[in-house]
Structures are given as structure tokens and as C-alpha cells.
Design a protein around this ligand. Structure first.
Ligand code: HBI
Length: 354
């Protein structure tokens, strides 16, 4: 059994939705490892809440989101940085733990790694975004290759770390998602509403086909959302909101398909496996994590990136998909048990050589 200290993302408190997929990943890994008898303590920004998971809340100013910056933007920290305060706390308590697990996509935790007396496992939750992050990640990879974990191979390759990387994939608690074989006519789009997610392409496709689109997720960039509404005044879209997992799956399961339109290399795409778990096929650009999850013509369609007409053609082929295949794919590859096995094996390998 391990004693593990999890350090969350500093861009938002757990439960805010600003952390996107990493909030779900941290929660699921903590849940499955606690259920297996490991001891876990989560350190996260003040106001963080996770059901049945002990959290130490740290005050301080949130970190700016890495994907909103340019490739060569210098590393910056706000005054009274919550990131600095979280890692100050970790430094003070480190000897009480076997392993520290970093979930932040930030420069500081990587830089601090050699100065700590306990090993730090870095779960890297996005693809390459900046030169400074690429360099510090490659530096730590050179010194401690075992300690970097990625969602997907395609994501690791964006850092120049090829088939020697550790791929943890992702997972969801399948018991929270109910299979639906009798969908309504609408499509669904789900994610942080921000430019890198290219919601406008999904709206354009629905504007073209007249098929209604329900939109779920946090409006992270209000100006971006307003522009979409102005550009497509007659598109059949409805913004449902940022929902809890249970509310989301209750809506998502009734959709004919999920549309994923990532403009960037999505490290994984948790919402893809959430849809599959409900029996919902996924239409996605052939880019990043979703391209490693969707089985062409079986659980969805992968189309030419940034090609709205390709999305339209795929929408017209949806009846070819057997929705039960989607649920079975989720059960086969993306259960919490499978995730627990992968993270346990990774942590064991790091602790063994520490
Ligand atoms: N930006 N600076 C920073 N740090 C993070 O941990 C971070 C982020 N942007 C997005 C994000 N984390 C998560 O939404 C993704 O890792 C999933």
C-alpha cells in the first residue's frame, strides 16, 4: 500500500470545471486507489470539493491557464501564487508520503523535482503548448524517465517522447453512466467553451444540416461564445450549461451522437468515453486522443481535421453505428479497474527505483 500526495491543477478549484478533464482524472484515480487501500491526500486550491476524498485546501491566486498563452510566453506566477503555496506545503510534508503525484501542467513542479527528497510522478494532462514547458518536461524526462505519465501516445509524441513514454489512458466510473438505445434527434457537444475546442465547427455543421445541437460545458471564454452566437444566429443550438456528471450523462445519453471538434491536439478526450459509456457514437476530427479511442465505423467516425463538410457527411452515416458497441468499448478499455491497474503499476515502478 502506498501513501500518496496528489497535487491538483492551480487554474481552478476542484469542482469549478476550469480544470476540465484533469478534475475527472484526479478524482477517478483517487477513488479507485482509495478503494484498494492506498492512503491518499489531495492538495488543491481553496473551495475545492471532491465527494469522499480528503482535500487540503490551499489559499492563493490561481494560475493563468497554459492554453490561453502563446508558445513563447515567459513562465509567470501571480503574487501569492496558489501553485507556489501548494508546493511549499508539499515540501513541508513530503517525508510522510511514499510518492508525490503532480497533476498540474506548470513549470514549477517539474523544476522542483530534483530538490525534493521524495519522488514526484508527473501526470501530464495536455499536449505540447509552450517552449518553456517542453524544455522542462524533456529535462525531467532525461533525469527521471519513469516519472512522466501521459494520457496517450499521440500526446507524448508532441513532446518528442515517442514509444518510451508511459501511457495511462483514462477511465470513468461506468456505473454512473446509463446506456440508452433510443436517442432523440439532437447531437451533443461537450467541453470547455474556448477557442482550442472549436465549438464553431460543430455549430456550423448543425447550421448546415439543421440537426439540433445541445451544448454542455463551462463558458470559459465569454467573448468567444458571443462571437459564435453572432456568427450563427439561426443555428439550431441550445446551451444547456456546465453540469455534474450525473446530470450530464442524463442528457448526453439521449443524443444521437457527440461531436468533438478539437482545434488543438487533445491529450485524451474524457468526454469521448463518457459518450461511449452511454451508447453514444462519437464523430471527431482525426486529431489527438480521440483518434486513439474511436473505432472507425464501429463506435463513431474520425474525419479530416477542420473540415466541417466532413462532419456533415459523418452525421448522415450515424445509423450505421450499433450503439451497444459503444458501451461495450467503454467497458472493455475504460473502466476504473483498468485505470487503477495502470496507475498502481506506474507508481510501483517509480517507488521501486526511488
Ligand atoms: N493551465 N497553467 C495551467 N496549469 C494546469 O494545470 C492546467 C492549465 N490549463 C488546463 C488544465 N490544466 C486542464 O484543463 C487540462 O490539464 C485538462
Amino acid at each position: 500500500m502506498f501513501k500518496l500526495l496528489f497535487l491538483s491543477t492551480p487554474v481552478g478549484f476542484l469542482g469549478s470545471g476550469i480544470g476540465g478533464g484533469v478534475e475527472l482524472s484526479l478524482y477517478n484515480v483517487a477513488k479507485i486507489l482509495l478503494s484498494r487501500g492506498h492512503q491518499i491526500q489531495v492538495v488543491a486550491p481553496a473551495s475545492s470539493v471532491l465527494p469522499e476524498i480528503p482535500i487540503i485546501e490551499i489559499a492563493g491566486n490561481l494560475q493563468i491557464s497554459a492554453q490561453s498563452q502563446e508558445r513563447d510566453t515567459p513562465i509567470c506566477l501571480p503574487p501569492n501564487s496558489v501553485l507556489e503555496n501548494m508546493w511549499d506545503y508539499a515540501r513541508q510534508v513530503q517525508t510522510e508520503y511514499d510518492l508525490i503525484v503532480n497533476f498540474a501542467y506548470d513549470w514549477l513542479p517539474f523544476y522542483l523535482t530534483p530538490f525534493f527528497h521524495r519522488p514526484i510522478a508527473h501526470f501530464i494532462t495536455m499536449a505540447s503548448l509552450s517552449t518553456a514547458m517542453d524544455q522542462i518536461i524533456q529535462k525531467i524526462y532525461a533525469q527521471f524517465p519513469q516519472t512522466l505519465g501521459f494520457y496517450s501516445k499521440v500526446q507524448a509524441e508532441t513532446f518528442g517522447i515517442g514509444d518510451k513514454g508511459r501511457y495511462l489512458s483514462s477511465a470513468i466510473d461506468l456505473s454512473l453512466y446509463e446506456f440508452c438505445n433510443t436517442p432523440e434527434s439532437h447531437l451533443a457537444w461537450c467541453g470547455r467553451i474556448a477557442p482550442e475546442k472549436a465549438l464553431e465547427d460543430a455549430v456550423a455543421a448543425c447550421d448546415q444540416t439543421g440537426v439540433p445541437l445541445k451544448i454542455f460545458g463551462k463558458i470559459q471564454d465569454p467573448q468567444y461564445w458571443q462571437k459564435i452566437c453572432q456568427d450563427y444566429p439561426n443555428a439550431p443550438i441550445e446551451y444547456v450549461g456546465f453540469l455534474s456528471t450525473d446530470e450530464l450523462q442524463r442528457h448526453l445519453r439521449k443524443s444521437r451522437a457527440l461531436i468533438m471538434t478539437p482545434r488543438w491536439v487533445e491529450a485524451f478526450g474524457n468526454v469521448v468515453i463518457e459518450a461511449l459509456a452511454c451508447g453514444v457514437p462519437v464523430i471527431a476530427y482525426r486529431r489527438g486522443g480521440p483518434a486513439e479511442i474511436i473505432e472507425q465505423g464501429k463506435t463513431g467516425f474520425l474525419v479530416e481535421p477542420d473540415d466541417v463538410m466532413a462532419l456533415v457527411s459523418a452525421i448522415e452515416r450515424l445509423d450505421e453505428i450499433d450503439r451497444l458497441s459503444c458501451r461495450i468499448s467503454a467497458e472493455t478499455h475504460y473502466s476504473l479497474d483498468a485505470l487503477g491497474d495502470r496507475f498502481e503499476a506506474w507508481f510501483k515502478d517509480i517507488i521501486a527505483i526511488a
